[in-house]
Design a protein around this ligand. Structure first.
Ligand code: UDX
Length: 443
């Protein structure tokens, strides 16, 4: 099939690369010339495990192209996928400017019958608007079908998820469009959910809202565990073994970040509000998450009294491991709060430093060596559970820090392990290990 993809952000690029890998002829179109120049050289503008290899392979085999020319991308396509960003408006609703621009450009350049598929996360009803817009502008002899096909890729495992997803959702008002999409995805062998367009649009928001709810729920249970002396790791395992609940997305910590959950939860609250429904449960999920992101610094203030003049090592900047994405990351909240409290911050991340620097500038110091961050630090904040953070021997904290005090926002170490070191260790939903002597000890 000849496929064009509008937008080479996370979703567009990964989708384009994976569809070319299963044999389709894919042209990715983006208005950002610099991005396309980089891609044409076979260099992905984002970090995603396995992406560069597949990108280069499929470009070399002549199945994957990048262009800024909409005519070249759209005029001959059998299917066009819209995968542009839907950022957040000030009121939390989804900004559809890029989606509308893409639809208009598509309408102006198509020359044959085509199925236009929306992969961008868009409020319910948007695909109908896209269809109306295209109908108004397109050549009269060209027939256009519209379909909603939301994606459920996780950053850091997006390639794996594309080939091994739990389901593919296809929303159409027309059997023909559904058949074309089914044919496209058949080689993947993933279960397909066929539904109407509005339900498909809703499935995407409801999925992300449900997962965010699971996280805020377990974080609230963790906060209660701390007060009643229970251990959240055991509690999560104990409830998660019930298959109706499931073990996944029960990792307590400093909340969810990234490009989807924060944005999509707010957009769904807005969407509900537009039809006079106050989504109180989801509002609470968002509130809990905001609280959770600021929890580590609150814990540090409680422990030290004042953080003024202290040196903080911030371990992990990306919103989760295996990505260089720092959007809505808890690390940003922690860094800003520490600065406000008068502490100095040196942040470590294996790959997200350039992205963090764009947002935090020179307010903090950065390093790509974990040891450099810890040298002479008074306190360490673990914000992301990168492997190199999780597996850092505890002895290193003792060797490098002044008197090791760790605030672990991702529960990377077991309490038993920590107990054998002269380390003060304060994590989420578990007992605090306080070494009163550690203040005077040189461990
Ligand atoms: C998410 C959805 O999982 C994906 O289906 C959708 O397409 C896009 O949004 P992503 O944002 O890449 O994917 O990351 P995900 O792995 O879901 O994690 C999101 C955030 O939740 C991270 O900050 C992570 O640290 C946090 N999280 C996740 C927890 O705090 N606890 C958990 O148990 C799981």
């Amino acid at each position: 099939m000849k496929i064009a993809i509008a937008g080479t952000g996370y979703v567009g690029l990964v989708t384009g690369v994976c569809l070319s890998e299963i044999g389709h002829d894919v042209t990715c179109m983006d208005t950002n010339q610099q991005r396309m120049d980089t891609l044409q050289k076979g260099i992905p503008p984002i970090y995603e495990p396995g992406l560069e290899e597949l990108l280069r392979k499929n470009m070399a085999q002549g199945r994957l192209y990048f262009t800024v020319d909409p005519k070249q991308a759209y005029s001959n396509a059998d299917m066009i996928m819209i995968a542009v960003g839907t950022p957040e408006n000030e009121d939390g609703s989804a900004d559809l400017t890029y989606v509308e621009q893409a639809a208009e450009t598509i309408a102006r350049h198509i020359q044959k019958d085509v199925v236009v598929v929306t992969k961008s996360t868009v409020p319910v009803g948007t695909n109908e608007k896209i269809k109306q817009m295209i109908e108004r502008i397109k050549p009269a002899n060209v027939h256009v079908e519209v379909a909603s096909n939301p994606e459920f890729l996780r950053e850091g495992s997006a390639i794996y998820d594309t080939f091994h997803g739990d389901r593919i959702v296809i929303g159409t008002e027309n059997d023909k469009a559904a058949e074309v999409l089914e044919e496209l995805y058949r080689p993947l062998g993933i279960p397909i959910v066929k539904t109407d367009i509005r339900s498909a649009e809703m499935i995407k928001y409801a999925s992300n809202a449900f997962l965010a709810t699971k996280i805020s729920f377990i974080n609230e249970i963790a906060n209660i565990c701390e007060k009643v002396g229970a251990n959240i790791d055991d509690v999560a395992y104990g409830i998660g073994l019930d298959e109706r609940i499931g073990l996944r997305f029960l990792q307590a910590g400093i909340g969810y970040g990234g490009s989807c959950f924060p944005k999509d939860t707010k957009a769904l609250v807005q969407l509900a509000g537009n039809v006079q429904h106050q989504f109180e449960l989801l509002e609470a999920v968002i509130k809990v998450n905001n609280y959770q992101q600021s929890l580590l610094v609150q814990k540090a203030k409680k422990f030290f009294g004042s953080l003024y003049g202290k040196r903080a090592a911030l371990l992990g900047l990306s919103f989760k491991p295996n990505t260089d994405d720092v959007r809505e990351a808890a690390s940003l909240v922690i860094a800003r709060q520490l600065l406000q409290e008068g502490a100095s911050v040196i942040a470590y991340d294996p790959i997200a430093v350039p992205n963090a620097r764009r947002l935090l500038g020179s307010m903090i110091d950065y390093t790509e060596q974990i040891e450099t961050a810890l040298v002479r630090a008074d306190m360490a904040f673990i914000a992301t559970e990168w492997d190199m953070i999780k597996t850092l021997p505890l002895q290193q904290y003792c060797d490098l820090m002044n008197n090791p005090v760790i605030f672990d926002g991702r529960n990377c170490y077991s309490l038993n392990e920590v107990q054998s070191y002269p380390i003060t260790y304060i994590s989420i939903g578990r007992k605090e290990i306080i070494q009163k002597e550690s203040v005077d000890l040189n461990c």
